[in-house]
Design a protein around this ligand. Sequence first.
Ligand code: BG6
Length: 489
Amino acid sequence: ENESSVSITVVGASGDLAKKKIFPALFALYYEDCLPKHFTIYGYARSKMTDAELRNMVSKTLTCRIDKRENCSEKMDQFLKRCFYHSGQYDSEDNFSQLDKKLKKHEGGRVSNRLFYLSIPPNIFTEAVKCASLSASSYNGWTRVIVEKPFGRDSESSAALTKTLKQYLAEDQIFRIDHYLGKELVENLSVLWFANLIFEPLWSRRYIRNVQLIFSEDFGTEGRGGYFDNYGIIRDIMQNHLLQILALFAMETPVSLDAEDIRNEKVKVLRSMRPLRLEDVVVGQYKSRSRGGVTYPSYTDDKTVPKDSLTPTFAAAALFIDNARWDGVPFLMKAGKALHDRRAEIRVQFRHVPGNLYNRNFGTDLDRATNELVIRVQPGEAIFLKINNKVPGLGMRLDRSNLNLHYAARYSKEIPDAYERLLLDAIEGERRLFIRSDELDAAWALFTPVLAELEEKKIIPESYPYGSRGPVGAHYLAARYNVRWGDLD
Ligand code: BG6
């Protein structure tokens, strides 16, 4: 009887994120036996819906992803029986206290732990936090709230949001998600560096020439223009996903693998960085292009985007960490929508070998001979190490070849979705992969000045055709720091 129960309430249950990611991730956890024995899932949203209708909606996006050979319909049915629906306004304490009554029934007097996943737009966010925490908090177990970005639009609005959240919740109840931290290869970064002697000593300005963080999507903002136009690619991808990867990549060895120790090191990296300067950023916006009989739209063709919008859908930036380890090493970021491919990767370019006997084999282009470590976060998770190798034969010709670790070939188990890892961690109270408020402040401090300048000076983004490799300005920016984008080779 002492066993505790967990109630998970997805606030904004009919939204896209809930349908595509949260419910499927919860099902995957259930399938893998990772959810506690006594759990209940509630969808909460404004529209009227019965439990049966919610189950029907949720069932459409559940898949047997984990073990494709097995028919998991029985498990799906069992899972769906644990899902319920409560209709309510996001700013109504009454509606949340009705939910509280329902949750209590399921909890049956056990110690009750409650997790709220707020999957709702920012303007209704704080009201929902207030109502959920005042009216549906657990009274004898823990209450945790998962929140999604945007966490404000700049330092000031983010600080205001944090302040409001803290009126109702303690910092250790707030789980700020950056779903990139839940990606397998991002989590592996520390293992790669800290657990491998062949990398650990190389991880510094001494041997690393530059680091590239690349995010591209081969589709535009179709359907999300309303949200996107208010934020732009720097806020949507760079300030969070790419910067988080950078911090994990560049941090010093933490005292332990404890969440506070790791986040302390990440904050130190962020606080050692120079705020991004206007001359170190290039912005772009995609324009329509016809190809193979298909016409792809311009960003501003979206009805929810103003015709004269200057919001960047692409940005490239050069960032620097002013500490002993990374002094002078450019960290180049590139993020864009409607580009020629979809990928997220980290590329580490090493320095030239001093006095290399084989230099002449590379002609004048010594850059072609640098070692490069490529961490492909997605799609097709992989790690490549580019080394110079003799082309077999009687002559002496070198070329750069890859040592490849393709996850699909090496590991038979399906890689979990980022949301599975993060939901499980939130249920278990593991904070390692969630953003602490001082991290968030430090992240905004790096981008707020340049964002304000871009907007005040009405900087016109360079246009690039839909499906291209992005604006040419990104090459000039990299070239200024002696860098060639590795993804273009
Ligand atoms: C989100 C951004 O955080 O990440 C989206 O708001 C982007 O614009 C998405 O498409 C990319 O996530 P993933 O996991 O599909 O690479």
